[in-house]
Write a protein that binds this ligand. Structure first.
Ligand code: MEV
Length: 306
């Protein structure tokens, strides 16, 4: 059997704004979720993700049971499976873990039911499962979970999984750190939606500013100007902070990263907890030490560093 894998991701620019049709730019955390065992089962669908302490069946109460129930309706046939998955990233930390989880489940079911979906069909099915975890997902995480690499994503139709371009770029030197506070994407997306319904023009102007940061950051990246790219990331963080997506811990981590020589830093994902990503050419280890000294030592991941 070909190993079944999917990727997590860090959003460099555009979270929240992407839900409302602005572009987002994200970098995969390669092969974050891997199925270590898959057995056909006539008793339905059952999944273990040991690092998350997760064990669920398609009849289990709660969101994972509901997701497995939706999964069980895909492709024709009755065959189920028992799967054990390993995750290299924490759950509920803003790193796209739920889309990576959904992607390996859809691919596992296709295998046991003899279906051969293309990547777009997998993304559409992942999007249906992501609605359970995210409420109103843009599709960004599902795109990165399947495609990997560096992707520029746009939601074109609220019902579809969105469109994306995989850019021929290597990831820049990034370091991701977990604040230790897990969060719920649904809650954060709903809170921004509430803000937007109270102040449509103000929040739309914030989304425009986020897309301006993306454009400036991407152009800077393309010409190898990490200093400007980093400033654009920090500016994106400031807009997210104004939208209520940051926390005192995330702000401290951004400050500590910049103090240690990172060129830019921001929260990544829905916010309200979760992770910070810092652009830190030549300073990745200094950023990690600064986070440790500030008390954030739970999970760090280097991406794009030699
Ligand atoms: C990416 O998961 C973070 C958000 O933009 C939600 C989404 O795009 O679905 C906040």
């Amino acid at each position: 059997m070909m190993p079944i894998k999917a990727h997590g991701r860090v959003v460099l620019f555009g979270e929240h704004a992407v839900v409302y049709g602005r572009r987002a730019l994200a970098v995969a955390i390669p092969e974050s979720m891997v199925l270590s065992s898959l057995k056909q089962s006539a008793k339905g669908i059952e999944v273990f993700v040991k690092p998350w302490g997760l064990h669920a069946h398609y009849k289990s109460p709660g969101p994972v049971g509901k997701a497995l129930q939706i999964l069980s309706t895909f492709f024709s046939g009755e065959m189920g499976f028992e799967a054990v998955a390993t995750s290299l990233i924490p759950a509920s930390a803003g790193l796209g873990s739920s889309a990576a989880f959904a992607t390996v489940l859809v691919r596992a079911l296709a295998l046991v039911r003899g279906a051969q979906p293309d990547d777009d069909e997998v993304r559409s099915k992942v999007q249906a499962i992501e609605k359970v975890f995210h409420g109103n997902p843009s599709g960004l995480d599902g795109a990165l979970a399947s495609a990997g690499g560096v992707c520029l994503f746009k939601r074109v139709d609220p019902r579809g999984p969105g469109v994306f371009e995989r850019l021929p770029l290597d990831p820049p030197p990034l370091v991701v750190g977990f604040s230790g506070r897990s969060r719920s994407t649904i809650t954060m997306v709903e809170s921004v939606a509430r803000l937007r319904s109270e102040d449509l023009s103000g929040v739309e102007a914030d989304f425009d500013e986020i897309e301006r940061c993306l454009e400036e950051g991407l152009q800077a990246w393309l010409r190898g100007d990490f200093a400007t790219m980093g400033r654009a990331m920090t500016a994106n963080h400031e807009v997210l902070r104004g939208l209520g997506a940051s926390t005192p811990e995330l702000d401290s981590m951004v400050e500590a990263a910049l103090g240690a020589g990172a060129l830019g830093a921001k929260l990544t994902g829905g916010g309200g907890g979760g992770c910070v990503v810092a652009l830190a050419p030549g300073k990745v280890d200094e950023v990690i030490s600064a986070w440790h000294e500030a008390g954030f030592w739970m999970f760090v991941k280097k991406i794009g560093c030699k």
